[in-house]
Design a protein around this ligand. Structure first.
Ligand code: BTN
Length: 317
């Protein structure tokens, strides 16, 4: 079924009104705003009303307008410089489907599909990814010039970027479980799903889907998942997190094929050195995880001493 890709309902004027209000800590008169943005006071007033409907708290007085607070929405204009690359949805089936359609139509490297919630979020191995409001859900279209064989390195790079962002912003000890889960205190906080379109030697695109339990509540009985809100002890700023994560991903893409990527992954890995059971397509592999190779495959020492390379699978440790 074709995905209906809407242009986001964010007008340039609304963005500029917001920008002007943000620059000023006090009041800004309707007249000053209108002159500055080359429009009428009535038009300014309409844009203010629209912003309020979206959750911006704007105080109105004889002196004009004052921005009191902004909602924690992942709207394109919250990411200066990336607005043109972002397709924003308050709700969607799956950002993976929208991204696939966009990529097939030739959407450029770095296009990002963001949703506040997904009704049919997809996880690895055909699982469902519950995606209520409060989480962070996006798919990034990448067109790296690498061989398809090295595509799993993109998963390692993305999980490293998420873990690094968590460490930088909250000082939490985020770890990496092969192939691409990010854990806090042994519980999953982020899942990554990469879908690629390739011919024998050419990688057309890789859609990197990232789902983060940000401000989602975790039931007490939940043993395997956590959220940033739960780990930090309070709501986090999702837009600050996503902004920092996108910078981290961009920065790490440059070193995608460098040895440093694997070295860093090894340092944060909570899989290496552990006894694992991997359910891979058509086989179950049991043994000790001893390393990752240059393609991102996991190397297992099996009980009979032989080494086995695993490219994809579900890992229990
Ligand atoms: C996993 O099973 O661990 C991977 C989960 C990936 C979820 C993300 S949320 C954004 C993107 N859209 C989806 O439908 N799935 C991915």
């Amino acid at each position: 079924m074709a995905v209906n890709i809407h242009k986001p309902m964010i007008t340039e004027m609304k963005r500029r009104v917001l920008e002007a209000l943000r620059e000023r800590s006090g009041y800004l008169s309707g007249e000053t705003l209108a002159n500055r943005l080359g429009t009428s006071r009535v038009s300014i007033w309409r844009h203010i009303r629209r912003l309020e409907k979206e959750g911006y708290l704007i105080e109105t007085s004889r002196n004009g307008y004052r921005l009191v607070s902004s909602p924690d929405l992942l709207l394109p204009f919250e990411f200066p410089g990336l607005e043109q690359k972002i397709r924003y949805f308050s709700e969607i089936g799956s950002t993976m489907d929208a991204a696939r359609e966009l990529a097939k139509k030739g959407a450029g490297e770095g296009t990002i599909v963001i949703a506040e919630a997904q009704t049919h979020g997809r996880g690895r191995l055909g699982r469902e990814w519950l995606s209520p409001k409060g989480g962070i859900y996006f798919t990034l279209i990448l067109r790296p010039k690498i061989s398809p064989v090295n595509a799993p390195r993109i998963n390692l790079m993305a999980s490293l970027a998420v873990a690094a962002t968590i460490r930088k912003l909250f000082g939490l000890d985020a770890g990496l479980k092969w192939p691409n889960d990010v854990l806090i205190e042994g519980k999953k906080v982020c899942g990554i799903l990469a879908e690629m379109d390739a011919e024998t030697d050419v990688l057309n695109f890789v859609n990197l889907g990232i789902g983060i339990n940000a401000n989602t509540s975790i039931p007490r009985f939940e043993k395997t998942a956590t959220s940033l809100k739960h780990a930090v002890g309070k709501d986090i700023s999702r837009k600050e997190f996503l902004g920092a994560l996108l910078v981290e991903i961009e920065h790490r893409q440059a070193s995608l094929m460098e040895a440093s990527l694997l070295e860093e992954w090894r340092k944060l890995s909570v899989t290496l050195g552990k006894d694992v059971r991997i359910v891979a397509p058509g086989e179950v592999i049991v043994g000790r995880a001893i390393d990752v190779d240059t393609t991102g495959a996991l190397i297992i020492r099996q009980r009979n001493g032989s080494l086995k390379k695993v490219v994809a699978g579900d890992c229990t440790q």
